[in-house]
Design a protein around this ligand. Structure first.
Ligand code: GDP
Length: 458
């Protein structure tokens, strides 16, 4: 473990979001001098003599001037988030008060905390492993029931517990094989190769499952990218508005006026769908329009789900089939929608029946609930159990993939005549990559990279 990031300073930051409209703000200090520093400016009980996890009313004073009436909550290390002495000062939420209190405490000897420094300390002091610390950031950012549940589960260690167990099993074998190296003259095998092979295969299977969970986990965390496509004027913007229930996209009678792609989100039963409205797909000579169309193709390829709209007042069944063939060629699940159902004739309805479409009217908000249900069906989340261990972090997936490669080398090594020292090396390599996830193996660069993405105060 690197130590360059460990600092003895007592750090201070606003823990609540700056500028928010709430009644109360919380200023947090962590470090060996946290309690004594606050005590110097706090008039009330002697905070240095109070038990952990107690709250005290008093005033914060700069000399004789009272800055605010506050509540100070005392956490005595190691029973705190950072494992250090920590004080949380609840003040009235005034930018002026906050600034004065922080400035005062910095004058007394605290240092302004860097981004993510509280959580970095929690990690460095053993309060949590790296994947748990990363989950804290995810938890704060979570905006749906599903992403919240995954982050919560990861923060509570579900994900890293499974990896720790795998790592321990591997460490055991690595040491047996390294022992063989000490006896290399005598040609002994402490590590039973069949057992080793069985273990590696078992770990390989678990990691494969974790890597696969990434796709689903990512969907739950970041939302399902959905493209609404179809020719100009079929009603894409109107549908987007109906789904978002707000007038966000520009609706117009002039074909092709929705030129820019607009991204927006809705939440259906805890699953986030990210909509990308587009200029529609069609061949065109118009340069500006062509950019929009090009972009539509690109967006459609990025989508995990396409809502393809037809307009019975302008689309004839032959043209419809041509467009459907194109969309099918993309190999992305799509929902066929006939919009403007208020204008459809019985004859057209018969024609369209072969497509098994959903009929909606975006303008009159008919069939929207049915469409939403179909969206949920299409992403098939019913078989995702958010209690399952799920990988949602690209850094973790990369480490798992590297682990997997090393494990495959080990398997090759067992079946082929390679020497124990090479086998041991490959196992160490797998251990290294597994350790990167939990933070057993880490560098200052990696930590700075992870924690700099946090906000100050976290
Ligand atoms: P886009 O170019 O695909 O984004 O199409 P718009 O959303 O701009 O809609 C084009 C025109 O069709 C507008 O005049 C809408 O009011 C109209 N429209 C959209 N949906 C419906 C519908 O369900 N019924 C009827 N009658 N008109 C609709």
């Amino acid at each position: 473990m690197s130590t360059g990031l460990i600092s003895q300073d007592t750090i201070i930051a606003l823990a609540t979001s700056p500028g928010a409209n709430g009644a109360i703000a919380v200023i947090r200090l962590s470090g060996s001098k946290a309690i004594a520093l606050v005590n110097e400016v706090f008039k009330g009980k002697d905070l240095t003599k109070q038990a952990s996890h107690t709250v005290h009313f008093g005033t914060i004073r700069d000399g004789e001037s009272i800055i605010d009436e506050v509540l100070a909550t005392i956490f005595v290390g190691p029973n705190s988030y950072t494992k250090e002495d920590t004080v949380e000062i609840s003040t009235h939420n005034s930018a002026y008060i906050i600034e004065r209190i922080i400035t005062l405490l910095i004058k007394k000897g605290a240092r302004a905390a860097r981004a993510g420094e509280f959580t970095l300390r929690a990690f460095l002091n053993g309060g949590m492993d790296l994947s748990q610390a990363e989950a804290v950031a995810d938890l704060i950012a979570s905006n749906s029931a599903a992403s919240h549940q995954i982050a919560m589960q990861q923060m509570r260690g579900g994900f890293s517990n499974q990896l720790k167990k795998l790592r321990e099993d591997l460490v055991h074998f690595a040491s047996l094989i390294e022992l063989e190296l000490d006896f290399s003259e005598e040609d002994v095998e402490f590590a039973n190769r069949d057992q080793l092979k069985a273990l590696i295969q078992q770990i390989h299977a678990v990691i494969t499952k974790l890597i696969r969970s990434f796709e689903q986990g990512n969907v739950l965390k970041n939302g399902v990218p959905v493209v609404i496509a179809g020719k100009p004027n079929v009603g894409k913007s109107t549908l987007l508005n109906a789904l978002l229930n707000e007038e966000r996209a520009i609706v117009s009678d002039i074909a092709g006026t929705t030129r820019d792609t607009i991204e927006d989100e809705i939440n259906i039963n805890g699953v986030t769908f990210r909509f990308i409205d587009t200029a529609g797909i069609r061949h065109t000579e118009d340069v500006v329009e062509a950019i929009g169309v090009e972009r539509t193709r690109e967006k459609m390829k990025q989508a995990r789900l396409i809502i393809y709209l037809f307009d019975p007042t302008q689309d004839h069944i032959s043209g419809v089939q041509e467009q459907i063939e194109y969309v099918e060629g993309l190999n992305i699940p799509f929902v066929t929608i006939i919009n403007k159902s208020d204008l459809i004739t019985d004859a057209q309805k018969e024609e369209y029946a072969v497509l098994n479409p959903i009929y909606i009217s975006a303008k009159h908000q008919i069939g929207i609930e049915e469409l939403k249900e179909e969206l949920l069906n299409q992403v098939n989340l019913s078989n995702i159990n958010t209690d399952d261990i799920m990988v949602t972090n690209i850094r973790h997936v990369e480490a798992l993939q590297n682990t997997q490669e090393a494990l495959e080398k080990v398997l090759y090594g067992i079946d082929n005549p390679i020497t124990s020292d090479f086998l041991a090396m490959d196992i160490r390599q797998a251990l290294h990559h597994l350790g990167e996830i939990t933070g057993t193996v880490t560098t200052d660069d990696l930590l700075e990279n992870i924690f700099s993405k946090f906000c100050i105060g976290k």
